[in-house]
Write a protein that binds this ligand. Structure first.
Ligand SMILES: Nc1ncnc2c1ncn2[C@@H]1O[C@H](COP(=O)(O)OP(=O)(O)O)[C@@H](O)[C@H]1O
Ligand SMILES: [Mg+2]
Length: 340
């Protein structure tokens, strides 16, 4: 039977990533909308993201997901509606498999379901898979036959830790740590040490450029912002090492969380993880020096992929394509009944 309108969706706090089975391709859009003071939609996705921190006060740029869950239903619905209207992307009445954080509440899970069923997507069916399981599959691991896999997804607003055995999730933890939190810390430190105000976008660019490699070269980078003493926009040279310094505590928290979750696993799984190491997914895994930092701080092997932010959606691709992986996802209707 030919399959029409089958999609895998990774709804992240930073980006939406969709696998379309029919077209056999993946597309991504920033998970952002721009609205004016009357609430009218001005731009969505990458276009809206490009307006962030550059708009006049009567235009608001909204991120409708917060820490991995839907926080602004109206706007995420607008975003989806717009993408649907754009035509070539979704078709109404499709089959959807969505990656969600493992520890969402029933209410939060319901919002994902409602978004796909009651919005213009009008999904025929919605299946759910824990993001950690999707990541492991996207990383090319044989989750059904593994007896212990540790996946850390470093995303836009969350760090999701998962331990998977025999195709199922056995332990997980979601921490409110991600790129956006890091950018706030960088903004904070620049302001405190230099009386210089930079935007989150500038902080993100800086973070992407210099990463957290241990850099003792004294290298500096030029950034644009506003001098808080004189109130004027200007550029300043700041040491590249500022990024690592801003993130020090947060990175230590990540390491602590990873180690303590591993500590909680039963001896058999524990042994396998210590032996195999951990797998790192999510866009932040691209940050220069991050995998090396985790490796040094935990003493564990750290595996990642060339495009870590694509692991979940690559996993979803395999799940919708392959019958034997399909059964790892569960139907949202059944789940809703179970909890009703
Ligand atoms: N080269 C890079 N260096 C540092 N951070 C990066 C890089 N590429 C992407 N990121 C960060 O990854 C985060 C997004 O990761 P992603 O997994 O796509 O997010 P989510 O799935 O939570 O929406 C953003 O905070 C972004 O700044
Ligand atoms: Mg992600």
């Amino acid at each position: 039977m030919a399959k029409h309108h089958v999609y895998g969706i990774d709804l992240g706090s930073y980006e939406i990533k969709v696998y379309d089975l029919e077209k056999d391709n993946i597309w991504t859009e920033k998970n952002v909308v721009a609205v004016d003071s009357s609430g009218a939609l001005l731009a969505v996705g990458d276009h809206a993201f490009a307006m962030y921190e550059k708009t006049p006060p009567d235009i608001e740029v909204v991120f409708p997901m917060h820490e991995g869950v839907i926080s602004d239903f109206q706007h995420i619905q607008d975003l989806l509606q717009y993408l649907l209207d754009a035509g070539s992307t979704f078709a109404a009445g499709g089959e959807y498999t969505i990656a969600v954080p493992a520890d969402v509440t029933e209410l939060e899970k319901r919002a994902f379901f409602d978004l796909l069923v009651h919005s213009s997507a009008k999904a025929r069916s919605v299946k759910v898979i824990e993001r950690g399981v999707a990541d492991a599959i996207g990383l090319g691991l044989d989750v059904q036959r593994s007896d212990g896999v540790f996946v850390a997804n470093f995303g836009g607003e969350t760090l999701e830790l998962s331990v998977i055995a025999a195709g199922g999730l056995v332990f997980n933890q979601r921490l409110p740590i991600g790129g956006r939190v890091m950018d706030r810390l960088i903004v904070e430190r620049v302001r405190h040490h230099y009386n210089f105000l930079i935007g989150l976008t500038t902080a993100e660019k800086l973070r992407m450029k210099v990463g957290i490699k241990d850099d003792r070269s004294g290298r500096t980078v030029k950034i644009a912002g506003r001098d808080l003493l004189y109130g004027v926009p200007t550029v300043k040279q700041i040491p590249a090492s500022l990024v690592r310094a801003s993130l020090k505590d947060l990175l230590e928290q990540c390491v602590e969380a990873i180690l303590s979750l591993i500590e909680r696993t039963p001896p058999e799984i524990h042994r396998i993880i210590l032996n195999d190491g951990i797998y790192v997914a999510g866009g932040l895994a691209r940050m220069t020096g991050l995998p090396q930092y985790i490796n040094r701080a935990t003493g564990l092997h750290v595996h990642t992929s060339r495009k870590p932010e694509m692991c979940s959606v690559r996993g979803l691709e395999q799940i919708v394509k392959l019958e034997e992986l399909n059964e790892l996802a569960y139907s949202m209707e059944e789940d809703t009944e179970r909890w009703a």
